[in-house]
Design a protein around this ligand. Structure first.
Ligand SMILES: [Zn+2]
Length: 465
């Protein structure tokens, strides 16, 4: 085919090229007015074209995939599996078998990382008791392990971002403290992600290459399989310590990707919240993570969790806090919550051999980068409201504390049927922004804060009230 041909195939190629450019531009969020363009038969809002704000770029210095220490993640999971069982009701004192063995190994690894960070990271063992149906209705001892990377900014040091995995595991019978429960994936994988995030981010801070304004907590909890006991306690602990939770992400079953055609995207589950005509903070945390790590890395699922299952983000979500769950692309139920055995040729058990450490490393990188950007960001705006009902102009109103490190605020909008935000306008100060010629009724709106460093807070949807 010659270069000057105008045959049907060339036209088709041009059409494909044009379509792919549109998709690319939408993906980059480069053209704010595309929310309108998707539906040419609807009236344009505003009629004269929207603002074209110049927006600060995202923060540089993203965590590189090659900086993830995959070998150490694998080694930690191996050490956890060696503990035989990590049922929360097993021994806390036996150094070789039971959940105490797991705690010791997690603490040892975190202390090693803390030494490498020149003391930036503080390792804490939080001991408590809990009673639940799956403790036999009587109080049992539990322990969570935390590594804390204190925020550098006095204004934000009491804002806490959390990444968690759970060190406990279970066999088929959830009260059976004797049976083997290797728990390589559930949740050795999430434990390794939380610990590796502690290494990546404390190393970054220790090197002076980045400063985290907010505090980050790398949690390894217990009691998940007995009814989310460790994370339920962690919600209370954050309150007692005077923290505001800026975002919580749990990694639970993030180590395998056996389906052909991989690597596939990790799933990110988020609940709706209960606000009429606005998504809750957990959904906004999911959107923020997807925007940071990219659509090629993250598959958002707009659902609190998989049916019939729970996770450590749920107690945070139910407390109205932004909390989400990472889980591998497609689960194999023969490899979860199963006492190791072979039946009719099927092997059951949660073994290391089913894990993909390169997939797990990707997940660690994506968690760490999301934590980095969120902890660098200004506090989200407050009291975001939509005004202007039954008028031609939408008005977005919000408040925010003074923050010299903040460049301003992005006004976001989306079609009510669109999953993702686009930037409509930029405002340097809190207060009211009038969206001239934009109806209150045809879009959802939100506001987020943008730092001088380019880091964005999670979005705060406007409520009409
Ligand atoms: Zn789990």
């Amino acid at each position: 085919m010659s270069m000057v041909s105008t045959g049907p195939r060339t036209n088709l190629l041009r059409a494909c090229w044009a379509a792919s450019m549109v998709i690319l531009l939408i993906a980059l969020g480069a053209v704010p007015s595309f929310a309108q363009k998707a539906a040419p038969r609807d009236p344009a809002e505003p009629a004269q074209g929207g603002p074209q704000p110049k927006l600060p770029g995202r923060p540089g210095g993203a965590i590189a995939r090659k900086s993830v220490d995959q070998q150490s993640m694998q080694a930690l999971i191996h050490q956890l599996v060696e503990c035989g069982t990590r049922l929360t009701l097993s021994s806390w004192t036996d150094p070789r078998r039971g959940i105490g063995c797991a705690r010791d190994r997690v603490v040892a690894r975190l202390q090693e990382i803390a030494r490498q960070s020149g003391g930036k990271l503080q390792v804490v063992v939080d001991k408590f008791e809990a009673t639940a149906e799956r403790t036999g209705g009587k109080p049992v001892p539990l322990e969570n392990v935390y590594a804390i990377l204190p925020g550098s900014d006095p204004k934000l040091a009491k804002t806490l971002f959390i990444v968690s995995g759970h060190m406990d595991s279970r066999p088929t019978k959830v009260m059976d403290a004797e049976a083997d429960a290797p728990g390589a994936d559930d949740d050795g994988s999430g434990t390794a992600v939380s610990v590796e995030c502690a290494r990546l981010l404390s190393t970054l801070v220790a090197s002076g290459k980045a400063s985290m304004r907010a505090t980050i907590l790398f949690a390894v909890v217990s009691g998940e399989e007995q009814g989310l006991l460790g994370s339920t306690h962690l919600v209370e602990w954050t309150k007692q310590q005077g923290y505001t939770v800026g975002g919580m992400m749990t990694d639970d079953i993030v180590g395998a990707d056996p389906a052909p055609g991989g690597p596939h995207r990790v799933r990110l589950f988020s609940g709706n919240g209960e606000i009429e005509d606005a998504d809750g903070a957990s959904r906004e945390l999911a959107r923020a993570i997807e925007e940071i790590d990219g659509r090629e890395a993250i598959r958002m699922v707009f659902r609190l969790d998989r049916y019939g299952r729970g996770g450590d983000h749920a107690p945070f979500y139910r407390a109205g806090l932004p909390a989400v769950r990472f889980t591998e692309p497609l689960e194999n139920y023969a490899h979860q919550h199963q006492t190791p055995r072979t039946e009719e040729g099927v092997e059951y058990g949660d073994f290391e051999k089913y894990l993909s450490f390169s997939f797990l490393g990707d997940v660690a990188r994506d968690n760490a980068e999301a934590l980095r950007q969120l902890a660098m960001a200004p506090r989200p705006p407050a009291n975001a409201r939509l005004r202007g009902a039954v008028t031609p102009d939408a008005k977005i109103v919000w408040t925010a504390e003074d923050d010299p490190e903040r460049a301003g605020f992005e006004i976001l909008w989306r079609e009510t049927t669109e999953p993702r935000w686009q930037v409509y306008d930029f405002a340097t100060a809190a207060g009211e922004t009038v969206l001239k010629g934009v109806s209150t009724d045809n879009h959802f709106f939100a506001v987020r804060a943008v730092g001088n460093n380019g880091a964005r807070s999670i979005a705060v949807p406007t409520e009409m009230k």
